[in-house]
Write a protein of this length. Structure first.
Length: 259
């Protein structure tokens, strides 16, 4: 790769559908792109173009990598709950003196008929699942991701259907069934899941997007309460909600470096 084209590369911090879409569209326009994945999923859906897997070693190491690789700009399209890499990227981009954009899908909004309880973190969600009658439910669909499961490991008065992409490491709740699955999910499928397992509560994060929203539609249809974990605070950076907007920004960043 020539120095000129290397200077125009866009780094996409990815792992989301929006990140893959952005990489594909930039690649189709001939704008060099490298996508970085955290490596926490065993068989990730890979974007087109160059891909690196694994962490950078913190903001100082990331800043050095950005300079060494002559990155033109950083598009942070990570999951809404991947706050650590977002914080590192913000600091590293500032150190390297290159623009950074946060591409983040909108969160979910309550609709008529929803029975949502908002909490600030996983510990807050677990606190609502105490022994009856204090707990909100005894048979729980838990869809908060495998890394946060230790927050629920001490709850012995509920049964959990734990759905995640890859097998989780212990500790896990003593009474559970593991369902390894990946979205997108359908309303019919989620209704069947609720009925088959006699579920009476859903616990989820406010991930947003259409791939997993069917569980909320199904909970509404069955009158089930839902505990929703709020998104963590993010650095104050330029932010867009659509791939179209991120694509326009990346075009401008690449053109500025090329010029």
């Amino acid at each position: 790769m020539s120095a000129g084209s290397a200077a125009r590369r866009i780094l996409i911090l990815g792992g989301t559908g929006e990140a893959r879409d952005l990489a594909e569209r930039l690649h189709a326009e001939g704008i060099p792109v490298i996508s970085s994945l955290a490596g926490r999923v065993a068989r990730p859906r890979l974007p087109v173009g160059e891909v690196r897997v694994g962490g950078f070693g913190g903001p100082v190491a990331l800043a050095a990598w950005l300079a060494r690789e002559r990155i033109a700009a950083v598009a942070d399209a990570t999951h809404p709950f991947a706050e650590r890499i977002s914080a590192s990227a913000t600091q590293a981009a500032a150190t390297a003196g290159i623009p950074l954009l946060r591409l983040e899908r909108p969160g979910w909004s309550e609709r008529e008929g929803d029975r949502w309880t908002w909490v600030d973190d996983l510990a807050g969600a677990a606190a609502l699942l105490g022994p009856p009658p204090a707990g909100l439910g005894a048979r729980v669909l838990l869809t908060t991701g495998r890394q946060g499961l230790p927050a629920f490991a001490g709850i012995a008065d509920a049964w959990f259907l734990i759905r995640c992409v890859d097998p989780p490491d212990p500790p896990l709740p003593p009474h559970h069934e593991l369902l390894l699955d990946r979205g997108p999910y359908t309303l019919a499928g989620e209704l069947n899941l609720i009925d088959t397992h006699a579920l009476d509560l859903v616990v989820t994060k406010d991930s947003g997007g259409p791939l997993t929203v069917a569980k909320l539609d199904a909970a509404r249809a069955r009158g089930l309460p839902v505990i929703v974990v709020r998104r963590p605070a993010r650095p104050d950076v330029a932010r867009v909600e659509t791939v179209d907007a991120a694509l326009a920004w990346a075009r401008r960043a690449a053109a500025a470096q090329a010029g």
